[in-house]
Ligand binder design. Structure first.
Ligand code: GLU
Length: 449
């Protein structure tokens, strides 16, 4: 890892001590603090009144029991979380993740990242994140519904249109949001559409929300490639994952004339030199809720499935890690660099290890960090909130156009900040500083809160 400014060392020590064992949270804080040395030498006022310490400490952390009854009639217990990280810019905003790996450290890392990501969108949303260690894999639709209902029975007292607005993340999509919205409405006796985003189009959802994260990441990378006078056209791309982010990143890459040769899930990856058949991936993942191994079986000739292994062994020009945190390691980065990768865009949250990020930067590979590149999802959630507040519903074209403008603005703001702080082309620094300054300015204006 890079070093951090000595004035910021005590802040990191406090975070490490106070949040013992929460590795992902430590990693996320370390990465932001690495960028802030340059800010406090230029603007020492940002280090006053323990501002940075306050930004590293969540405003509120809620942990609760989620009991539910499975299809066999047995009682199951999971743990639920909501970390309300920072509300300087607006109500807490961020997704819910249902995955067995979820713990308070993971939710805190995600909430911390979300705070800066949301600031980068330029829209009035604070940062938060939640979820559960519930594993949806192999669960029936009825079990999913009962779990979501039980989860909301506790969560409803902590959220609201002006308080905290959850959405989806890994393991939480339109189906789960629907079950949770139904229970929230019943518990509160209010049709408060703006309390959750990622809703279905039949009850207050926004067009283009499903596509937004993947589309947004691709817009960002296209603009970043533009700084080197190139674009996706004719480029070989590898997109890890095959969930919502990966699917719509692939769709946009294809529309730009790129070729996606591989994608994956947590069991393995598929390679199709003719170009991944996106309609087939959608059918396997969105309709059958199956595994990516089925792709090679159904597609047959020309494609193959590799169980385990690393999707980053597949040579490509552009890599878009869109699965989960720390999925792309230093070893993977070395392989990608050796194979001639020119750009990496993080569709997931913190998918590249710090080691991998530094290797890309050292090798001159264009690198788009998740908190900037994948902000299109939450930005479109904020557009959903706008539509709900004005009791309106926009066309797909209008919503997508707004999304594209937001992503271009984020790209340009990160690039301009990197220039201003003497690190041209360093989007990590640009994103961290731009997001931090927006949150810090609002907090300074509000006194010690
Ligand atoms: N989970 C998404 C993210 O990581 C979206 C959050 C939202 O829409 O609130 O940004």
């Amino acid at each position: 890892m890079n070093s951090i400014d000595e004035k910021l060392q005590p802040i990191l020590s406090t975070v490490l001590h106070r949040n013992a064992g929460e590795e992902e949270f430590h990693q996320a804080v370390h990465e932001v603090l690495e960028s802030l040395g340059r800010v406090i030498s230029k603007h020492p006022e940002y280090a006053d009144e323990a501002l940075i310490e306050r930004i590293c400490e969540p405003e509120r952390q809620i942990i609760f029991r989620v009991p539910w009854i499975d299809d066999r009639g047995d009682v199951q217990i999971n743990r639920g979380f909501r970390v309300q990280f920072n509300s300087a810019l607006g109500p807490y905003k961020g997704g819910l993740r249902f995955h067995p790996s979820v713990n308070v450290g993971i939710i805190k890392f995600l909430g911390f990242e979300q705070t800066f990501k949301n600031a980068l969108t330029g829209l009035p949303i604070g940062g938060g994140k939640g979820g559960s260690d519930f594993d949806p894999k192999g669960r029936s639709d009825r079990e999913i519904m009962r779990f979501c209902q039980s989860f909301m029975i506790e969560l409803h007292r902590h959220i609201g249109e002006y308080i905290d607005v959850p959405a989806g993340d890994i393991g939480v999509g339109g189906r789960e949001i629907g079950y949770m919205f139904g229970m929230y409405k019943r518990l509160t006796n209010r049709y408060e559409a703006g309390v959750l985003t990622g809703k279905g189009l039949s009850y207050g959802g926004s067009r283009a929300r499903t596509e937004a994260t993947g589309f947004g990441t691709t817009y960002f990378v296209q603009r970043m490639l533009g700084t080197r006078d190139t674009g996706f056209e004719g480029k070989r791309c590898v997109v890890s994952g095959s969930g919502n982010v990966a699917i719509y990143a692939m769709e946009k890459i294809l529309s730009y004339g790129g070729i996606v040769v591989a994608c994956s899930d947590s069991d393995g990856y598929v390679v199709d030199e003719a170009g991944i058949d996106l309609a087939l991936v959608k059918e396997i993942k969105e309709i059958r809720r199956g595994r990516i191994s089925e792709y090679a079986r159904l597609k047959g000739e020309g494609s193959h499935y590799i169980k385990g292994g690393s999707v980053w062994d597949v040579p490509c020009d552009v890599a878009m890690p869109s699965a989960t945190q720390n999925e792309l390691t230093g070893t993977d980065a070395r392989t990608l660099i050796k194979n001639g990768v020119i750009a990496v865009g993080e569709g997931a949250n913190m998918p590249c290890t710090p080691d991998a990020v530094h290797l890309f930067q050292k090798a001159g590979v264009l690198f788009a960090p998740g908190k900037a590149a994948n902000a299109g999802g939450v930005a479109t959630s904020a557009l959903e909130m706008q539509q709900n507040a004005s009791r309106d519903s926009w066309s797909f074209e209008k919503t997508e156009e707004r999304l594209a403008t937001i992503m271009h603005n984020i790209h340009d703001a990160c690039a301009a900040t990197a220039d201003e702080y003497g690190a041209p082309g360093n989007y990590v620094l640009g994103a961290n500083i731009t997001g931090f300054v927006r949150v810090a300015e609002a907090m300074r204006a509000m006194g010690v809160i």
